[in-house]
Design a protein around this ligand. Structure first.
Ligand code: CP
Ligand code: NVA
Length: 314
């Protein structure tokens, strides 16, 4: 049976930890420019129904640096744009490739695709989640807390400030359940998950705390993170969102409330002066460039696991 990676909870904590150990090895190998040829002869197809810089380039190069091939299918040129069902596309592409990454709008499109694909499918972002990004974020945290303690994330406090219903916020809620991080989420009321939604994403861990103000959420935390105020597909709500999120900018004042060693994550692209100030993004406590780099290494480990495990079981 092929396995997909559609959400963080698709892997057990032990599997995530093994993935992080392998990520560290692959990162070292890349640093030393040592070739790793574990996916020779395998191919990844990438489907994007939304824009991308990091996800496209990091997945394509993850695959080619492991000796495999990667191909991005421009959806607008494909028969999908002319109404070919996802189920047909999924079955056909599965005959050509060893894994497929999908970035789309509603998660039901991803689930439909994965249901019909016969090779592993990876969630490259939907309106409801961005698990590969949060995986890289968690790896970046583990790395910063000390390589010898890689994976000791349980109990670490992460403040998420901004759009509490964004795909990033939802995957962070899932991380609270799967990895045991304590998530402090601050969002304007209309963009704050309900207690029930928090439980649906994070399980009954009690690891998600909802706050009225960003100041309360950031007090004493180990990590401060945020996401854009206007996600892809929300352009019509631009003005409404800009108004709603006033006061939810991760700036130096907010960061000064966190632990003295705290650092900042942002999935990028960033909007300086909106969800994050330029001074914080470019400042000494910003881990965003390492975070972006780690997408490459984490996704290599993920592709190896999904593709090679599927072959073992075939
Ligand atoms: N963070 C992220 O997924 O970036 P892209 O939209 O550029 O892929
Ligand atoms: N929430 C953002 C994340 C971009 C990587 C969006 O969906 O546009």
């Amino acid at each position: 049976m092929k396995r997909d990676f559609l959400k963080l909870g698709d892997f057990s904590l032990d599997e995530h930890m093994a993935l992080f150990r392998r990520t560290a090895e692959l990162k070292q190998m890349r640093r030393r420019r040592k070739a790793v040829m574990t996916l020779v002869g395998r191919a990844l197809v990438l489907i994007f129904e939304k824009s991308s810089t990091r996800t496209r380039v990091s997945f394509e190069l993850a695959m080619t640096q492991l000796g495999g091939d990667a191909l991005t299918l421009p959806v607008s040129d494909s028969q999908m744009a002319r109404g070919e069902p996802l189920s047909d596309t999924a079955r056909v592409l599965s005959r050509y490739a060893d894994a497929i990454m999908v970035r789309t709008f509603g998660e039901e499109r991803l689930f439909e695709f994965a249901k019909h694909a016969t090779v592993p499918v990876v969630n490259g972002l939907t309106d409801q989640g961005h698990p590969v990004q949060v995986l890289a974020d968690l790896y970046t945290m583990a790395e910063r807390f000390g390589a010898e303690r890689l994976g000791e994330l349980k109990g670490r406090k992460v403040a998420f400030v901004g759009d509490g219903l964004s795909n990033m916020a939802r995957s962070w809620m899932e991380a609270a359940g799967v990895f045991g991080v304590e998530l402090h989420l601050a969002a304007p009321k209309a963009f704050r998950p309900s207690a029930q939604q928090a439980e649906d994403y994070g399980g009954r861990s009690g690891n998600i705390k909802l706050f009225d103000t960003p100041e309360e959420a950031c007090r004493g935390v180990d990590v401060v993170t945020t996401d854009v105020w206007i996600s892809m597909g929300q352009d019509a709500e631009r003005e409404l969102r800009r108004q709603a999120f006033g006061g939810y900018c991760v700036d130096e004042r907010l960061l000064s409330l966190a632990s003295p060693e705290a650092f900042v994550l942002h999935c990028l692209p960033a909007h300086r002066g909106e969800e994050i100030s330029a001074a914080v993004l470019e400042g000494p406590r910003s881990a965003v460039w390492d975070e972006a780099e780690n997408r490459l290494h984490v996704q290599k480990a993920l592709l190896e696991k999904l593709i090679l495990d599927a072959e073992k079981e075939a």
